[in-house]
Write a protein that binds this ligand. Structure first.
Ligand code: PAF
Length: 295
């Protein structure tokens, strides 16, 4: 595995690899580091489908609308590189902010209705910031395929739309969520949970799974309400972890049941083919997201 901190050095290595093989398939896995098995599953998938796998490790400041969140974002580049080498990544780009953005960023992307739901209104500018960095990575690497995790379900729809806007012939490969044995979706944010918060965090997915069962006998509105109410009413077994402002352990920000392509809320289980539930929940000051497929 080769690590590059400059765009030019990565591009030279890619040009050399392509020079030897004109049909070289390059797969790109963009990440913000703090890698876990969920990321590694993307790299393994890319390895199985591409000749050369490029991974970027870059905490993208322009996709954070909350500066505290940016400051707290875990940065573990050395450990990340060891993990990447262990799963066979070929090239890793670990650029500085100046290297990624030598000029001030002036581009803004718009995604219409796709960004008016769920994460969009709660994180103004977030998806435009994601689109800017992903496009920059596409321009640097020119991959044939790009791999993204389904935990950030809305992000996948946004990147699909970005590809339509910029008309790049890149195949977007969505990859399933990887979960811990107890069901918690793997996330870099999990490392910010205390031991006792980590113990109750799998409740989120347990409730989502129950919601799928309920969907056989209850309306969309009933299932939505039940998920929000059940999470809000939850009390940890030892009575700790309560947010002093809300008196809750879990503070769900939203739970939406949406069309898996348009991301617009569905009113009725039968009206669309693909239906998913997406959730964002606060637990002891850590914001966790997850999703589940209904249909
Ligand atoms: O999903 C992420 O980790 C980030 O949003 C991405 C796609 C790497 C862009 O910074």
């Amino acid at each position: 595995m080769k690590q590059f901190s400059t765009v030019k050095s990565l591009q030279e290595a890619l040009a050399a690899a392509r020079g030897e093989n004109h049909n070289l398939t390059v797969g790109l896995v963009p990440t913000m580091g703090a890698l876990h098995d969920g990321h590694l599953s993307l790299i393994k998938r890319a390895k199985s489908e591409c000749d050369t796998v490029v991974v970027s490790v870059f905490v993208n400041p322009i996709q954070f609308n909350n500066q505290e969140d940016l400051a707290k974002y875990p940065r573990t580049v050395e450990a990340d590189c060891e993990k990447l080498a262990s799963v066979g990544a070929d090239f890793v780009l670990t650029p500085s902010v100046e290297e990624m953005y030598p000029e001030p960023v002036t581009t803004t992307y718009h995604f219409g209705a796709l960004e008016q739901v769920m994460e969009g209104p709660r994180r103004p500018g977030h998806f435009s910031g994601v689109a800017v960095v992903v496009r920059r990575l596409f321009d640097i690497v020119h991959p044939q395929k790009a791999y993204f995790g389904e935990k950030d379900f809305q992000q996948i729809a946004i990147i699909r739309n970005l590809l339509e806007q910029i008309k790049y012939p890149i195949e977007l490969v969505p990859c399933p969520i990887v979960r811990a044995d107890d069901g918690l979706a793997l996330s870099s944010r999990n490392m910010r949970l205390s031991e006792s918060a980590r113990k109750v965090a799998p409740t989120i997915y347990a409730i989502l799974r129950q919601a799928v069962e309920m969907s056989a006998t209850h309306s969309v509105a009933e299932v939505k309400q039940w998920v929000m109410d059940t999470l809000t009413a939850y009390h940890s077994p030892d009575g700790t972890l309560i947010n002093p402002d809300t008196y809750h352990v879990f503070d769900p920000e939203y739970f939406e049941i949406v069309d898996d392509t348009t991301l617009q809320p569905v009113q009725d289980w039968q009206t669309v083919q693909g239906v998913v539930g997406c959730i964002a929940v606060w637990l002891t000051g850590v914001r966790l997201i997850d999703m589940v497929r209904f249909r």
